[in-house]
Write a protein that binds this ligand. Structure first.
Ligand code: C5P
Length: 298
């Protein structure tokens, strides 16, 4: 018997970042949107905890105890006094270290898969609490859809989305370290007055209406200057997508994946072709949002 769980990637349509807190984290107003790129996590009984991964970037995924999926299985096992005797297999399609919460998705997927396999039947609040301990983006990977994350991003308020949005994601060569991008944010904002992060009412309204033009006008990512500073070539990718017809372009989370909002599916395809042909990214993917959170497939 095995359990397979499908988990979505995310893009931050608003990422407002406050000053560094005493614990090193940053308070956020983080508007998450789950998008239709997925990993699948399969949990199968095994003599002891084992992790495997397949997919184009599988060689970049750590298969030791640092992997968030392994840590999720261990956390659930410890919480319920169960042996973590499970083989977790990750079918990876979300870019690795790409700013799309792929590691967080695998953690949420592993948690839900092990919960079903072991029959622990953890209540949703318990799963969310375990997710929050694993990482700031993990609770959102569990719930999907759209949500406003405050605190370090783990306190979620679900948001209404009034339509389907068409996105293109340009996958870069190599990843960016999230802590390094936050450190660069601290360096770039040193000596300045960093405002308290607050959600944009115009952006929430655009999401609720399903209005792509209005959403495009309100997309912001405070980590973008830091990601561009560490990876200046991303500016060419952003320019290429805008020139090809995207309504707006921005760095996804801490990058280096870049995200392009398109007015319709045909324009999304045109933008993806232009990005691929330009050589300013490794590959470009089209998809839609919102996508559901962690879902048991079998
Ligand atoms: O929570 P998570 O483990 O995903 O965070 C990874 C890193 O990103 C943290 O160690 C921290 O450097 C940075 N971070 C932050 N403020 C947040 C979320 C993440 O500084 N709100």
């Amino acid at each position: 018997m095995s359990v397979t769980v499908r988990v979505p990637a995310k893009v931050n349509v608003q990422l407002a970042v406050g000053a560094a807190r005493p614990d090193g984290f940053h308070d956020l107003a983080n508007v998450f949107l789950a998008v239709g790129l997925h990993d699948e996590v399969t949990a199968t009984p095994a003599p002891s905890l084992r992790l495997t991964c397949a997919g184009p970037d599988a060689d970049q995924v750590p298969l030791d105890g640092t992997n968030l999926a392994a840590r999720a299985a261990l956390a659930l096992a410890e919480r319920y006094g169960v042996e973590p005797a499970v083989h977790l297999h990750i079918a990876k399609d979300i870019p690795v270290a790409g700013g799309m919460a792929g590691g967080s998705a695998d953690a949420a997927g592993a948690l839900v898969a092990c919960d079903a396999l072991w029959g622990t039947r953890a209540p949703q609040e318990e799963l969310l609490a375990l997710c929050a301990e694993l990482g700031s983006d993990v609770p959102f990977s569990l719930v999907g859809g759209a949500a406003l994350g405050t605190g370090r991003g783990e306190k979620l308020r679900p948001l209404e989305v009034g339509g389907t949005f068409h996105w293109v994601f340009a996958v870069a060569d190599g990843g960016l370290s999230t802590p390094a991008v936050y450190r660069e944010f601290d360096r770039l904002t040193e000596g300045t007055d960093v405002p308290e992060p607050a959600a944009s009412e115009a952006l929430l309204s655009a999401l609720a209406k399903g209005d792509a033009t209005a959403l495009a006008a309100t997309l912001t990512n405070d980590l973008q200057p830091a990601a561009l500073s560490l990876r200046p070539s991303l500016a060419d990718t952003l320019r290429t997508g805008r020139a090809a017809g995207a309504l707006a372009a921005l760095v996804s989370g801490s990058g280096p994946t870049t995200a392009f909002l398109a007015p319709d599916p045909d324009t999304a395809t045109t933008v993806a072709h232009a990005l691929t042909a330009s050589g300013t990214c490794r590959t470009a993917r089209t998809t839609t949002a919102p996508a559901p959170g962690a879902t048991v497939l079998s």
